[in-house]
Design a protein around this ligand. Sequence first.
Ligand code: GLU
Length: 312
Amino acid sequence: LATTAKSAEFFSIGTGGPTGVYFQVGNAICKMVAMIQSADHGRKSGTDKAYRCSAPSTGGSTYNIGQIMEGELQFGVAQSDWQYHAYNGTKPDKVKPFKGLRAVFSAHPEPFQILVGKKSKIKDWDSMKGKKVNIGNPGSGQRGTFEVLMEAHGVDTSYFSAASELGSSEQSGALCDGKIDAYGYTVGVPNAGVSQATDGCGASIINLNTDAVKKLVADKPFYEWKTIPKGTYKTSKKDIKTFAVMATVVTSADVSEDVVYAVVKAVFENLDDFKGQHAAFANLDPKKMIKYGLSAPLHPGAVKYYKEKGLM
Ligand code: GLU
């Protein structure tokens, strides 16, 4: 019974809005950490620490990175573009430069999606001029990426008649109610929030393949083209072409090797379970997860596991 006196170590994974995919990623990880702990119980007790994991809803990517830097969160989910900019200090006005940022693995692709209301008459980027547009809450990945998109097109929020800052769980309701004409969201496919607007009130996702977007994809290592296949939502009658980033799990160099090792072990040893938790995770491939979309160095606790498993 002496072995039950293990000290519990708590850690948190920052996610995104409650209707997003990050929230599912974070909570799936915590579930796997709990599973592996109970599987180990009795065998390794006394040597293993007991980990307690929580994955609260947060403002999103850049909020998570900032909180990891402050030591308030130990892990977070973040878009690959914001991981890159935080580590390299290349967009200090949007995400604080953070050399201590470490990559853990990447998860699902996240196409940047502009959702437009049924009666908005918006069909492409140019027809967004003068419309009421939700550019996303500060701290979210889509907010920063939307700003990059505006800069790339040589405009700012004055291009729209109104620019709101609603969070991801409020924007579909606002679109359906006609309070806004469009919103931008970087999120895995499919997503419940997006289907609330598409299947729910006839909103659709526009193609984003302007010359400015082509230049972004050509110039930046963290952007790629993505097709949202026709039939994904009721209103996606044709394939939709837009640019995408990756959802990645990040941590700090200050987080212990043991904790990061425990997290990657839990995820990689339960990968089939993870894939089954959400359609956006269906194509997860361990070889890609340890490399793709990662620009900060891998945390040593992750490297230790990947080497043991022959992935590196
Ligand atoms: N990509 C969004 C962000 O960085 C979050 C998407 C989600 O919640 O799944 O804030």
